[in-house]
Design a protein around this ligand. Sequence first.
Ligand code: GL7
Length: 775
Amino acid sequence: MQPFQEAIVKKLKETYHTEPAKANTKQLYNAVSAAALDTCWDTWQRPVTGKTACYFSAEFLLGRLIHSNLLNLGLLDETEALLHDAGISPNVFEEVEDDALGNGGLGRLAACFLDSAATQGIPLMGYGIRYRYGLFKQHFTYGCQQEEADNWLAWGDPWSVRREEEKVRVDFGGQSVWAVPYDMPIIGYGGKTVNTLRLWQAEALEPFNFQLFNAQKYHEAVQQENDAEAISAVLYPNDDTEAGKRLRLKQQYFFSSASLQSLLNAYTAQFGTDYSRFAEQYAIQLNDTHPTVSIPELLRLLMTQGHMAFEEAFAVVQQTFAYTNHTIMAEALEKWSLPLFQSVLPEVYPYVVLLQNRLSNALVQKQISDTWKYNLIQDGMVHMARMAIYATHSTNGVAKIHTEIIKHTALPEWYALYPERFNNKTNGVTQRRWLKLCNRELAAFISDRIGTGWITDFSQLAKLKPYAEDAASREQFLRIKREKKNQLADYMYRKDNFGLNTENLFDIQVKRLHEYKRQLLNAFSILDTYFGLKDGRIRDFYPTTFIFGAKAAPGYVRAKGIIKFINEVANLVNYDNAVNRVMQVIFVSNYNVSYAEKLIPAADISEQISTAGTEASGTSNMKFMMNGAVTMGTYDGANIEIVQNAGEENNYIFGARVEDLEKIKDTYHPKALYEQEPRIRRVVDTLVDGTLTDGGSGWFRELYDSLLEGASWHKPDNYYLLQDFLPYCDARLRANADYRNRDAFAKKCLLNIAAAGPFTSDRTIRQYAQEIWHL
Ligand code: GL7
C-alpha cells in the first residue's frame, strides 16, 4: 500500500473504527479529506511574506472540493486505486453535496481565481461568508421549480479549520457579534503553494442567557444567539439583481469588517500601528459592489485605531482597493436607502459623508456641475458603485465589450473624470477543473499530442491546432465525445431519471435563468423546429437533444414561468411520436457545478444567446469551448473574443449587435414582427392558445404580454427575442446541417479547443497581479 492509502486507512480506523470496505460515504469522504489535508498542512502553515492580494467576495462557488484537491495534490490515482481495491464505486463522492456558497458566474469566477493564483504561486487570499445554507436545491413538480434548503454541512466540513483564536467583534447599531473564521486550504496544482480562503461565521457574544432562562423567558434566552446566527445563515439567491434587504447589508458589512480587522491585526503584529504603509502589504479586490462598504470601514479603522488624518487615510484606502464590475444591468447596481444605511451602520455612515465631501470638492475643482450623476449620497440613497469607483485606483470590466460599455454607455461620467482608472480583465476559467478533471479522456488526448504542459500553461494548447487537420485525431475526438455523452446519460438517469439518446447532437444551455439570457428564445426556436418538422417545412433534421439547466431566483416569478414553459415544451415534444425520434428536450433539475462537470464535456453546441450588450462576459462559454463544443451565440460578452480567436467560421454567430440595437431601440415594435411573421406568431401563441398549459397560474399570459405589450416598468420584449428569432432559427438549422458531416464538424471543435488558451483564469489572475495589485 502507498503511504497516502495507509493514511486513509489509519484515519478510518482511528476516527470511525472502520475500514475502507465497510465505511459509509460520509466516513470515507471525511477520512480521505482529512488525510489529504494532513499532506499539505505544513506547506499551508508556512507564513506568507511580501505583499498579499485579498479577494473580498460575498460568493465563492467552489463546487465539490474533494476531487480537485486530490488532483492538485497528485493523490487522485492513489485514492481511486484504494476505492477500487475495496470494491467501492469510483463515483462514491458524487453523493457529497457541492459547496454552493454562490449563485452563478460571479461566485464561480472567484473559485477559479483562487485555484489559478495558488497554482501560479501568487499569494491571493479569499475572504467571504460561511453561509449555513448555500444556494437552494431545485426540483420540479409538474414542471414548476420548487426550492429546498441546501444543508451542505450535513456531510461534515473536513476542508475547513475553525480559528477560534482569531475571531473578531463586529458592531452594528445596537448589535454586536463574533465573526469566527473558518479557513480552507486553496491548493495549487502540484501542491507547492497552499493559499487560504477565510470564511466568516457569525456567532453570539453570549449564546445563552441563563438569567432569562431562569425567569422562564425561553425564547428571549436564545434570542441573541438566533439574531447573530441569522447574519451568516443563508446566501441570497439573487443573481444579477439586487435585493436591498437589511440583512444583506448586514452580511456585507459583517464580512468586510471582519476581514479588514483581521488584516489590520496581522499588519499590526508585524509592523505596529503605523498604518501608512498598509497598501504596500495588501491589495484588496472588491468582487462587485457587495463588499464596497469595506471602503468607509477601512477609513474608519485607520482613523480611529490608527489615528490617521482623513486625507492620509483616504490615500491608503485608494491605494489598497480596486473594484471589479460584473454587470451593467441597472437592477444590479447596489443602492442603500439612507435611513437603512444609517440605522444598520451608524458608526460607518459619517465616513461615507467624509467621502462625499471630498468628492464634492473634487467636482468643484474640476468645474463639474451635474453633480447628481456622481454623488455618493443622492436622492436619499447611498450609491455603492459610485463609491467603488471614486475611492479605488482601478475599475475593471470582465470582457472587452463590457469594459467599453462601462466606459462609454453605463458610466461615461466617471470615465470622463478618471479615464486612467478604467481597465479590462477578460474572465477565464481553470482548466484543471474544467478540462483535466471533468474530461479526463480529452485531457489524455491532448497530453498524448502536445504533452502535459498545458495543465499549468494553457497557451500551449495552440500546439493542438495542426491536429485539426489529422483525420485520426478527429475520429478519436468524436469517440471521446460519444463516451462523454454516455457518461452523462448514466449520470442523468441516476439524477433525473431521463433516458438520453446518445446518438443525437447535444445542444446545451446551462446558466442561471434570466430574461436577458433568453432561455425563452431557445424554447421558441425549439418549438419552431417542432412545428417545422410536423409541417414538413424542415426535412433532414439531424436528431438533436436540447438540454437546459437553470435555477430561477425564488422571487423571480417571470423566470419561474419560463422554466414551466420549457418543461411544457419538453412534454409536448417528448411525447409526440411523430417527432420524438429526431427531437428530445430535457430540463435537468438542480443544475450546479457538479452537474456542469458532466454536461459540458458532452456538448456539441454551446448556447450563448444573451441580448447583445447584456452578458458582461459569461464563463460557461469558455468551459464549453475547451471541451470542444462550438458556440451558438450572439455578439456579446466574451463570445466575441472566443470567436475572434477560434474563427467565426468555426462557430455560429447570429443576431443583432449592440450597434444594431442602439439604432432600433426607440422604434422597436415587436408586435409588428409578430403580426407579419407567421412563424413568430405560431410559437408566441403557444403561450396563450392552449397548446401548453401553465396550470392556471397566469404565468404564460404574463410572458405573452411582456413580449407584445410591455408594462409600465419595461418596454415590450425588452430583450429583443422576436428581433433575433429568425436569425437564430436559421443559425441553428445551419449548425444542424453542418453536423451531419461529423468529420468536418470535429475539425471545428478541435480548432475551438486549440484556440482556448487565452480563456484560462491563470492568464486573468496574472493580469490582476501585475496590472492592478502590483505584486
Ligand atoms: C456576472 C455576469 O453576469 C457574467 O456575465 C460574468 O461572467 C460573471 C463573472 O464576471 O459575473 N455578473 C453578475 O452579477 N453575475 C454574474 O454571473 C451574477
